[in-house]
Design a protein around this ligand. Sequence first.
Ligand code: PLP
Length: 452
Amino acid sequence: MSDATKIMLDESEMPTQWYNIVPDLPEPPPPPLHPGTKQPVGPEDLAPLFPMALIMQEVSTDSYVDIPGEVLDVYRLWRPTPLYRARRLEKSLDTPARIYYKYEGVSPAGSHKPNTAVPQAFYNAREGIRKLTTETGAGQWGSALAFASALFGLECEVWQVAASFDQKPYRKSMMETWGASVHSSPSMLTAAGRAILEQDPNSPGSLGIAISEAVEAAVQDPTIRYALGSVLNHVLLHQTIIGEETIRQFEKIGESPDVIVACTGGGSNFSGLSFPFLREKMAGKINPTIRAIEPAACPSFTKGVYAYDYGDTAGMTPLMKMHTLGHDFIPDPIHAGGLRYHGMSPLLSHIYELGLIEATAIGQVECFESAIRFARTEGIIPAPEPTHAIAAAIREAEACKESGEEKVILTAVCGHGHFDLASYDKFLAGEITDYDYPEGKVAEALAHLPEV
Ligand SMILES: *Cc1c(COP(=O)(O)O)cnc(C)c1O
């Protein structure tokens, strides 16, 4: 066994292709439907939103897609990213398990999101687009897209969920430093935003509302396109560089994971880490348990329904078959742990329905406790989202202590928490409580699912 703590790849060992899991699945995922006709959407339906190169990736049946040289050049600013063995965390847990984490916080924006923001900006710029619009919740995606837009000479306009706009002013500073313009959502700038503000002038906003605003702004101008930071197939595709690197890093030290746990909001970092391992599992070469970890306050896998729903609140996006809490579900602002989207990636939802992955929901108190233990042993202060993954890894390691099993646990610390310290302040002041699954709110939102 290797005694490495930080397992690195050389630049020359960086993967040069993304992995598309779709052709390896026993059944293809159900198609997205046009919100008007309820017929499967064609490439031309998506053309007002995305550049053709990304639309073709969205429906691709090729197993591998070459990463353009211009994108590889930008990836090299921070990739390959390190895989760490969490030796001090293991010691503090007194576990025989070996815990590894792939760390994506080394990117300029501080998370895994630039892995897709960079190719999205690249393809849009190549097709002559002038400006990108998007939404952001915690601010990670908006800053990743602002960074990528700057590198490829695009303008960038971001609608940031009001609750986070107020609580995380430095994410806005970051986006503006990279040249983006940022609005609090709901805003008066769009019909979707005005409609929400009319009903509730103090609306805390939601990702679903911010998506409606960004989509509305994009479809009105042929020189503008929209960019989404999670959920869609092309986003998951771009994120597979995480897992492809991790496979090579494990090869270097002769290890292979028994359990893979990662957090899910829309599913992109989880899929990025796990799909290459799932390929090996489906080929019968390895047999790890692969588990998605979601917040108890926004549990789309474990409490949502698998149904066609809109990706946004106003109902402008195609209908996607996915695990959903209902497109007008708004998580309570008390919930500080991120991962607040009402839906889940349709591709990942399909894979869950096929029984290829598992899911567990964890409450935010356990997540923050795990984050504190992690910070005080491994040093890194994780973003609130990956604290879910860390809590699950700790649960696994504690079970190994009971059973004496020497499992290899792999997780993803997909971002650092340097802009989320207000949440840590709250936790340290004892102000973070478990906010249970809002049964009534979900039932109400699910009553509004579109008929298909
Ligand atoms: C956006 C984000 C998430 C949630 O999105 P996924 O698509 O599920 O990965 C999780 N962690 C961090 C750090 C993020 O920025």
